[in-house]
Write a protein that binds this ligand. Structure first.
Ligand code: GDP
Ligand code: ADP
Ligand code: 5GP
Length: 204
């Protein structure tokens, strides 16, 4: 069985990556999102082990010491990290895996897995980003102000990514993400592994 592809998706908070990724994995088979560990407080509506594995700082630091993270970073004063084992198991089973991680985590993943495909999602404007952060209704005013301040530094890393998607019209952005996943599945290396018997039969 061929290994799945690892997709890295980054965006400033509020650009719509969680909403887009949710629809993307519902619309395609064979693709899953990795559930990160975080020390931030759970938002209303979030479910432990579904949106994140919510963890305290002591446990997170113990996991760092045991080398259990594929990557981790401090974002908005909280720890966020991806468990190595969970990602390896999914990729090994042929699943495509999405990491919704920040630019620091993306840099760590590229060093370990240069073949990962990275995508940066941009909002259509700063005003719209602020409107989305406020309309989501999950964060207090001070948290929104902090996230808006950090958005520019997150976006300044756009050039490190393979692909850019502007999330203006949601359906268009979703179709662009679907195209990226599908085009990767049609790559010569992946197709020749998946269709080895066909190629043998055609060429014999
Ligand atoms: P949201 O982006 O507004 O939904 O806010 P979150 O609190 O869910 O995420 C905060 C930041 O942490 C974002 O920049 C995420 O990309 C990043 N993040 C989430 N999970 C991970 C992870 O496992 N590793 C890393 N490095 N960053 C993560
Ligand atoms: P992120 O995970 O990047 O922080 P979310 O997926 O939580 O972003 O989206 C932030 C808010 O913006 C949510 O309320 C979501 O419904 C809304 N949103 C996402 N994409 C669009 C879009 N294309 N047009 C309008 N609103 C959007
Ligand atoms: P939020 O707190 O709004 O859920 O997430 C804020 C940011 O943290 C998001 O932009 C997301 O990309 C980042 N993030 C979430 N999980 C991880 C992770 O596992 N690793 C890294 N590096 N960043 C993450």
């Amino acid at each position: 069985m061929s290994q799945g592809t690892l997709f890295i998706i980054s965006a400033p908070s509020g650009a719509g990556k969680t909403s887009l990724v949710r629809e993307l994995i519902e619309s395609l088979d064979g693709i899953q999102v990795s559930v990160s560990h975080t020390t931030r407080a759970m938002r209303e509506g979030e479910v432990n082990d579904v949106n994140y594995h919510f963890t305290d700082v002591a446990e997170f630091e113990a996991m760092i010491a045991r080398g259990e993270f594929f990557e981790y970073a401090r974002v908005f004063d909280n720890y966020y990290g991806t468990s190595r084992q969970a990602v390896e198991v999914l990729l090994g089973a042929g699943q495509d895996v999405i990491l919704e991680i920040d630019w620091q985590g993306a840099q760590q993943v590229r060093l370990q897995m240069p073949e990962a495909v990275s995508i940066f999602i941009l909002p259509p404007s700063r005003d719209e980003l602020e409107r989305r952060l406020a309309s989501r209704g999950t964060d207090e005013h001070a948290v929104i102000a902090r996230r808006m301040r950090d958005a520019v530094s997150e976006m300044s890393h756009f050039h490190e990514y393979d692909y850019l998607v502007v999330n203006d019209d949601f359906t268009t952005a979703l179709q662009e993400l679907q195209s990226l996943v599908i085009s990767r599945r049609l790559s010569c290396s992946r197709m020749s592994e998946c269709h080895a018997p066909l190629l043998t039969a055609l060429l014999s």
